[in-house]
Design a protein around this ligand. Sequence first.
Ligand SMILES: Nc1ncnc2c1ncn2[C@@H]1O[C@H](COP(=O)(O)OP(=O)(O)OP(=O)(O)O)[C@@H](O)[C@H]1O
Ligand SMILES: [Mg+2]
Length: 1078
Amino acid sequence: MEVKTSLLDNMIGVGDMVLLEPLNEDSFIMNLRNRFDHNEIYTYIGSVVISMNPYRSLPIYTPQKVEEYRNRNFYELSPHIYALADEAYRSLRDQDKDQCILITGESGAGKTEASKLVMSYVAAVCGKGQEVNKVKEQLLQSNPVLEAFGNAKTMRNDNSSRFGKYMDIEFDFKGDPLGGVISNYLLEKSRVCKQPRGERNFHIFYQLLSGASDDTLMKLKLDRDFSKYNYLSLDSANVNGLDDAASFRTVRNAMQIVGFMEAEVQSVLELVAAVLKLGNIEFKPESRVNGFDESRVKDKNDLKEMCELLGIEQSVLERAFSYRTVEAKMEKMSTTLNVAQAYYARDALAKNLYSRLFSWLVTRINESIKAQAKTRHKVMGVLDIYGFEIFEEGDNSFEQFIINYCNEKLQQIFIELTLREEQEEYIREDIEWTNIEYFNNAVICDLIENNQNGILAMLDEECLRPGTVTDDTFLDKLNTICAEHQHFESRLNKNSKFLTDHSLPHSCFRIQHYAGKVLYRVEGFVDKNNDLLYRDLSQAMYKATHSLMRQLFPEGNPAKVNLKRPPTAGFQFKASVGVLMKNLQTKNPNYIRCIKPNDKKVAHIFTDSLVCHQVRYLGLVENVRVRRAGYAFRQPYESCLERYKMLCKKTWPQWRGPARDGVEVLLTDCSVPTEEFAYGRSKIFIRNPRTLFTLEERRRACLEDLATLIQKIYRGWKSRTHFLLLKKSQVVVAAWYRRYAQQNKYQKIKSATLVMQSFIRGWKARNILRQLKYEKRCKEAVTTIAAYWHGTQVRREYRKFFRANAGKKIYDFTIQRIMQKYFLGLKTTTMSPMDNTWPAKPYGFLEGAHTQLRRIFHLWRCKKYRGQFTEEKKAVYEEKLEASEIFKDKKALYPSSVSQPFKGDYLEIQKNPKYQKLNSAMEEKVLLADLVNKINRANGKGSPRLFLLTKSNFVLADQKTGQVKASVPLPDLASVSVSTQSDGFFALKLKEGSASASKGDFLLSSEHLIEIITKLHRIGTTAADRDQINIDISDEFLVQFKQDKVCVKFIQGGPKNGNSAACKRKNNRLLEVSVPSP
Ligand SMILES: Nc1ncnc2c1ncn2[C@@H]1O[C@H](COP(=O)(O)OP(=O)(O)OP(=O)(O)O)[C@@H](O)[C@H]1O
Ligand SMILES: [Mg+2]
């Protein structure tokens, strides 16, 4: 169930001043103080919120609070600025009514803080999303930027807004923010050049010097030391609780979020630096011939740096500080400036530069935050404008006059709108309207703004008038024209009733504002209203190359020389206030009246006199009276019935009819006098707060009774439930206990039974076991006896058979064992046919078998050995065998050839490309190819020849060319002669009469003599068609060379060089071969 709360719950003092009883100034202030002491800084007057500045942070702005106030009715919770913001936002979103939030109060009362609270609340409750959040963030972040440039520490407020601000936040139909527009009003630019004691210049100067990096400062040609700058007041440069360096970072960050480009930020800082530099330019007089002094710049360094920062030609600016061009009747004249005028020009330039920079910033922020969508917007305006300002001792000047004028206008609109709203509500609710008396300040507004004889109009007239115009002539004029006005007071007026009023000095006038009397000093009115900047200066600025200067000083454009005076400051302000008022009138107003509790800017102090003064000039008591003139309290029927239904039996606990009828029944039942209330369409109107309090009192009493009743019923119910619970528990416990006891008993019986059972079973089993064991032993005994008996029987029967066969059996067995051992011993013999070993015979009786076995085994392993021979291997062995038959023991060379394999083709004639031609000339398969030496018979020296042997002939060919020298068919070969020694000489003797014999025999030598001759002999043996070739082995044989026969003789004895045999011709018939001795 939703809990209905009301602002009347837990109320400290009264939350709504309309209910204050009795209503007078004292009780009003007492109520404020009472609430302030209990940290209740917000109080209502109907729908107006009074906000007391707590000067400390209270835990009432948390996200939980936002949630608490979200979508709640205004009077439902205790007074809060969030309630007002919520009300305004909901009626904007749901009822499509444009809203404005007017925040007023004097300097330091908390207007700016209040405006930020409203904005942050709206930002928290409105729609979310990436785009929407960006818009929100930009809107919120515009505050720190504007505060840095437009706020300053004053005596009243460490963060005093020195400009008026009105911000329109635009929403779409869903209530999501789309963007905003900011309007600024009259920056207090005089502060740039001069600050009252104890006050500071605008924050940005201090922030820049404390927070910027060394690098940035160097670029801006600035020094961190405040004391270096004439425009910065030093006595309050550092303010407690203000961290300028941190604020600088916040401002830079905010500028970035709002959408300033890095270059733009730099340009802005350059202008700020330029203003500081400008303040340091000083002048000295220089006498001229005409007797006048002319001003000259004293130290040009600052001027130079400033010109560099702004990109101005130094000489142009220097001249503008010394001369002034006056145009009269199309003629240009140049007059010199004295030192005072030069200082005036310098300050005017600084003020203009800064204030125009400020306006540019506002325009630039507007560019960023303006709504993108072109759809119809709903608007919530937040006005945070400087509050009514009264300085003591008549120190009020033009600025205060303008500020107070603005406040008059706001009061005017307040009166108009509140009364109108009140009136409209009565009409809407069909209640009879009674006229309300109140002070209308329209007459004061008229005194100031009237177009014919208003103070502003006269000031303008004075400023434009030819001839000498001073502040005094202006005051004179005022005295003549406004003398009769009841709110204007001045001493100069001859007929004035104030002639003897010494609190009114001569150079002043006094206006009786709605908020009190304010004494204005006329000094500076004309100047400030004129707001003149010499054209030479604006033209010099226009010429600057700095990116912003042209935008800031458009009037300096020489192409657009405008002789018309620019509108005066007063005129501009009046116009912009007029626009603002028109704008506000179209919107539904919501008021926040800020009050400052003390002058010391500290928490917990409530100065009655100060608050009283503010309450008075804000007309708050009057405001309550107006609100109460008709009916003090109103409430929709539903909530009234909900709140008081317990006062009447018919409406309690539930009224089933329409709410209005219920309220009627209720009020009649409570016997409230009929003149005390009126029935509207949707609301009940209660004339006197006392009536409401009576109702509240009765309600409280009734609530107490109800509470007792509820308590009684609740206690009864609680005891009954407790008893029933106990009873139920007791039954459960008993049941559980019984079950437990039975279980225990059962378990005991069960285990006893088991024990007994097991004993009996054990006894039975042991009996059976004993019986079985006995039977088994009996059986075993019988078997043993039977076995012994059978054994005896069998032994007795078989003894005779055993003795007859035993000898043969043992013999057979022994022989078998011996043979086994013998055969296994033979296993060690190898398989090589060359192996002659054979184990010795172990027993004499094995002799015959032993020799036979050896022979058989040898034959068998030879057969095995032969079996693994291939055909080629066999041929090779046959050849070797043949060689042994021919040469063994006959020629000394033979033994060395045994180990050499017979390769046959030593030249590799098939493969070697060198012998390809020779190979192709051979008709048959070449059996042997080798390099031999053919011995020349003339000198016995050898010349190399290729020797090839086929089945049918041998060929001698040239070693280099491979050309066939001689080819001899084998049948022509008669015999071969070799020596008995280790040389390689051999002679191939041809048959006499054969075709080849004509060339004579061949005497050759070869390293493979044994192989060649064996091969020749083998061919002879295998060929059937010819005779065997004779092989003649002797140390002396004849060789037929052509016609001659020569004897070749072999002698032992080493030749002189080398160890191979050497052949030498001894004479015609003898060739001697000396063979080295072995
Ligand atoms: N609701 C608040 N909670 C805590 N402190 C507050 C609150 N309102 C104001 N203050 C304190 O009071 C100081 C002055 O408030 P603020 O700047 O809003 O005054 P102002 O009315 O805007 O004054 P001015 O007219 O000079 O601009 C703030 O700096 C802050 O310290
Ligand atoms: Mg402010």
